[in-house]
Write a protein that binds this ligand. Structure first.
Ligand code: IPT
Length: 953
């Protein structure tokens, strides 16, 4: 349980002009499956020429040694703390390096940025110490051992498992090795060991305060502020510009001793919890946050600076303003980027003991005094390393570690060391040690109760009374696994309605799918179980807003829209536009407002809006722009875009938008020509439609072969349909149990009437008496073949339907898609905020959303019409008599359901099209609440009509 031996006291991580040497590169590497390999390699004379070579930093499992393994809560080893099995994969590392002559006589520090899970190191044959704490730095004094001008030999032994592993049960891949940089830092005489920048901002006077506490006398110079102060002095600066995530103003200074010069970035800001609210610079803030694990699909938790920047840039571009570093301190460069580009950070300690839950929390290190040093050590190493980042507004003690005295000790140490930041920890609902009330996955009703202050009381009245005075955040919500989550906008409404609810952090940023290749070389993203792990949690590791390749999932686009900092709407009663500012600090002067008028999705006019100053939290009213006359369904789209380039997006980047219907669509004109059914030796025909006379199914439309539409209620269950692992399969299991995935069809009769073909049928699952009575009425109106479907449920339906509509198949060549409706992306009843009304083009391939685990996806909603055509423009057009939901794919829902990875899906010889009257919502039941009642699709009498036309464009 002893966390480390021989390490230096934790301190700030900073840049400097003192010499340093990166030890990244190819190291000699020897892998053993278990403990017991000889320690002979630590001798400088040892010959490692026969060893393999492994890059540092990296994880050895991603270079063919051992294998990645994924578990969420369970420890993949027996729970007998602090012991671990002898099957303990071990990596021995060696490298030689030269140190410049100028280093002679200097102190030097060997710094490991992150080693999973423990290390023991020898320099030039001498043992220098050992350390645990995978995502925390470990530093050793090595000046006396270095041989400037000669060859130096560093030998390191790393074990996959250690006592520290009990503290690192985060929901992620178990990946080992030296995965962050290793560096040698020369420490000239009179250099700085550590310093702490204390800043404040007084929002009443506009004054900033600055004081530097340092390990050695030093001066701080900030030219922009004409400031030159000694350590220990407090400077007060009038009219500074404060730092916030919205305007991340940094002042650049230099901290200098006789021995070195250190660049310091100063952000003036004050964070307090006051009157039950979390405030930055005097204003309550609304956290639009996300949980971020460090992840790269090819390199695991070894993440390049470029990818870190991409993450922060993408977060900013999607209107996020906060990140929780779940569940360990990230590489410090990520925090530099948060300072620079503007994100509020909850910096979380490298601590999770979740697996003890499965043994009734017996032996939980959070409450066993023998582990106190190890836990406090982790907190110290995080706080000391990261204390100078203005972006960090809260410290978090860790995640899912139950409750106990060692958490209290961590909190106590932190309060003394840094009283300037509130503390967070969700795992102990008494909130005894923290300053904010935090929950994960609370449903909307509970959040509302907390917002109203009517939450369930704690059993201890004193603690309960205290908790009622705390601001509330959801440290995790909106589980972004697979398709979904649904319900973002309803959470956002609560955050905006109740001051106590200060927002939350979506779970999570990225799918941790590891890129792999099938034997034929097709790429796919692997999840738990794909590496033969005996104990694993499947695709629960793929629950991010971005895919493993860092492309945005529909959920990220949905979230961007829901949390947009500008609300654009119309007041129908006064005929005005309303522009609301939902920033906490800034006006809208950095934005330009454009409008476009579209009829049937075709642009008709466009212009620019002059928006006066709107203060945060306020709304202004503007007259509508002058619109030209038009006929046909028309929408006015108003966009707020960046007026100038920023560090995270170029000018013109869309921040927010609103759409206002300005003219309704016209109903289809009454048909001029009807047709009567014809029955002859060729079968049954009605206008352009050819039918099978026995089943009544459409076989062709003009020259187009079709497999005619039939009722369909099935969708390939989403992760949210399948529910949480402990839910026994969730709603999807109930659907299958009822047999909705294997409906049986019975044609009752096929009638030819004067101007119609009418098919009466019943569709139902085997083994039950519930069913759906259907009437398909086919008529002709001009060249359109119109299908009107009436569905009448029979019996008592115990579950909602997955979907309700029609499925048909068309020739594979009709792969070009155009539609007028909501788009461009996928949308379901409770995930449709980001979809705007317009005319869109795509291909069947591009309509698919590549969820890591294949499942229902790609639905386009509120479609007025859609056309599927071949490359010559020949094909099928579908007009809805009312709006419909539309999907098209090259495989059936059944094939989609059986696929385990996207690479399993191969095009069939047809395109399968679903035209739905409705879909069941998506919800967040994979972890969290299910579908809200208003998005349930109950079996009820339904009427639905579409018209088919063969087109040649
Ligand atoms: C919660 C964890 O904090 C998080 O790490 C992740 O595992 C998430 O669940 C699900 O993906 S804990 C859960 C028991 C609510």
């Amino acid at each position: 349980m002893e966390p480390n031996r021989g390490t230096r006291d934790p301190r700030a991580w900073f840049a400097s002009d003192a010499p340093q040497l990166s030890l990244a590169g190819q190291w000699a590497f020897r892998f053993s499956e278990r403990i017991g390999a000889s320690l002979d390699f630590v001798a400088p004379t040892y010959d490692d020429t026969r060893w393999d070579r492994l890059p540092v930093p990296s994880h050895w499992q991603l270079h063919g040694y051992g294998a990645p393994a994924y578990t969420n809560v369970r420890y993949p080893f027996p729970v007998e703390p602090p012991h671990v099995p002898d099957e303990n994969p071990t990596g021995d590392y060696r490298r030689t390096f030269a140190v410049p002559d100028e280093w002679a006589g200097l102190d030097a520090i060997l710094r490991f940025g992150g080693v999973d899970s423990c290390l023991r190191a020898w320099l030039n044959g001498e043992e220098i110490g050992s350390a645990q704490g995978s995502r925390l730095p470990s530093e050793f004094d090595v000046g006396a051992l270095l041989r400037p001008g000669a060859e130096n030999v560093l030998a390191v032994r790393v074990h996959q498992w250690s006592a520290g592993s009990y503290l690192e049960d985060q929901d992620m891949w178990w990946l080992s090795g030296i995965f962050r940089d290793v560096a040698l830092l020369a420490r000239p005489t009179a250099s700085l060991d550590d310093f702490f920048v204390h800043t404040g901002y007084d929002h009443v006077t506009g004054q900033g305060s600055l004081r530097i506490e340092a390990s050695a006398p030093a001066r701080l110079v900030v030219p922009e502020l004409a400031l030159d102060i000694a350590t220990g002095d407090t400077a007060r600066i009038d009219r500074v510009e404060p730092w916030s995530a919205e305007v991340p103003r940094l002042y650049h200074g230099t901290l200098a001793t006789h021995g070195e010069r250190v660049p310091v970035r100063i952000g003036f800001r004050t964070v307090v919890v006051e009157n039950g609210l979390l405030k930055v610079n005097g204003s309550p803030i609304l956290l639009r946050g996300v949980n971020r694990h460090e992840f790269d699909t090819d390199h695991g938790r070894t993440v390049s600076g470029e990818l870190m920047r991409r993450d922060v840039t993408m977060m900013k571009a999607h209107n996020l303003n906060a990140v929780r570093t779940s569940h360990y301190p990230p590489h410090p460069h990520f925090l530099d980027l948060c300072d620079e580009l503007g994100l509020y950070v909850i910096d979380e300690c490298d601590l999770e003991t979740h697996g003890f839950e499965r043994v009734g929390w017996r032996g939980n290190p959070a409450d066993d005094p023998r582990w106190e040093d190890a836990l406090v050590d982790r907190m110290r190493r995080m706080v000391e390393r990261d204390k100078n980042h203005p972006s960090i507004i809260m410290w978090s003690l860790g995640n899912e570690s139950g409750s106990g005295r060692n958490l209290a000790a961590m909190a106590q140490w932190t309060r003394l060391r840094d009283p300037s930041r509130p503390l967070h920890y969700e795992g102990d609902q008494t909130c005894a040690n923290v300053d904010v009330y935090s929950r994960m996955y609370a449903d909307h009703a509970e959040v509302e109760a907390i917002g109203q202050g009517t939450e369930e009381p704690l059993s201890d009245p004193a603690l309960d009374a205290r908790r009622r005075t705390l601001p509330f955040i959801l440290c995790e919500y909106g589980h972004a696994m697979g398709n979904g989550p649904g319900g973002f906008s309803e959470y956002q409404e609560l955050f905006e309605r109740y001051p106590r609810c200060q927002g939350g952090f979506v779970w999570e940023w990225i799918d941790h799918g590891l890129r792999q290749y099938t034997p034929e070389g097709r790429p796919f993203f692997a999840y738990g179980g794909d590496f033969g792990e005996p104990v694993h949690d499947g695709n629960f590791v793929a629950d991010g807003l971005i895919f493993p390749d860092r492309t945005a999932s529909p959920a990220l686009l949905e979230l961007k829209k829901v949390i947009e900092p500008v609300r654009i709407r119309a007041d129908a009663s006064t005929g005005t536009l309303l522009i609301g500012n939902r920033y906490d600090f800034r006006t809208l002067s950095h934005l330009a407002f454009n409008w476009t008028l579209e009829t049937e999705g075709v642009p008709l006019a466009a212009g620019h809006l002059d928006v006066p100053t709107v203060r945060p939290g306020r709304e202004v009213e503007l007259p509508f722009p002058q619109l030209p006359s038009r006929s046909g369904e028309s929408w006015l789209t108003v966009q707020a875009v960046l007026a100038a380039d920023t560090d995270w997006a170029p000018a013109g980047h869309e921040v927010a938008w609103g759409q206002i219907p300005v003219s309704p669509g016209q109903p289809l004109p009454p048909p001029r020509r009807h047709a009567s059914p014809v029955v002859d030796e060729n079968g049954l025909r009605l206008g352009p439609g050819a039918f099978d006379p026995i089943s009544g199914r459409l076989r062709a439309l003009g020259s187009l072969e079709v497999e005619g539409p039939r009722l369909d209620v099935w969708r390939a269950p989403t992760d949210n349909d399948r529910g949480a692992p402990e839910d026994g399969g969730g709603l999807a299991a109930q659907w299958r149990d009822l047999g909705l995935h294997r409906m049986r069809h019975r044609v009752i009769e096929v009638l030819t009437e004067n101007d119609a073909v009418v098919v009466h049928a019943r569709e139902a699952p085997a083994g039950t008496d519930v069913g759906l009575r259907t009437t398909y009425t086919w008529t002709v109106a001009d060249q359109m073949l119109v299908l009107s479907l009436v569905v009448m449920p029979e019996g008592t339906w115990p579950v909602p339907l997955p979907r309700l509509g029609l499925r048909l198949a068309v020739p594979a060549r009709l792969g070009k898609i155009e539609w007028f409706g909501r788009g461009p992306g996928e949308a379901y009843p409770d995930t449709r905020q980001a979809a705007r009304v317009g005319r869109f083009t795509s291909t069947v391939e591009d309509l698919q959303t590549p969820y890591v685990m294949p499942q229902e996806n790609g639905n386009r909603t509120e479609v007025r019409w859609a056309a599927l055509t071949d490359k010559h423009g020949h094909g099928l057009r579908i007009n809805g008599l009312a709006c419909f939901d539309f999907t098209a794919r090259r495989w059936t829902s059944e094939t989609l359901e059986t696929a385990q990875h996207a690479s399993d899906l191969r095009p069939s010889d047809r395109i399968w099209v679903n035209l739905d009257a409705a879909h069941h919502g998506i919800g967040s039941a994979a972890c969290g609440p299910g579908v809200l009642p208003r998005y349930r699709l109950d079996a009820r009498p339904t009427r639905f009509a579409v018209a088919f036309t063969e087109v040649d464009q």
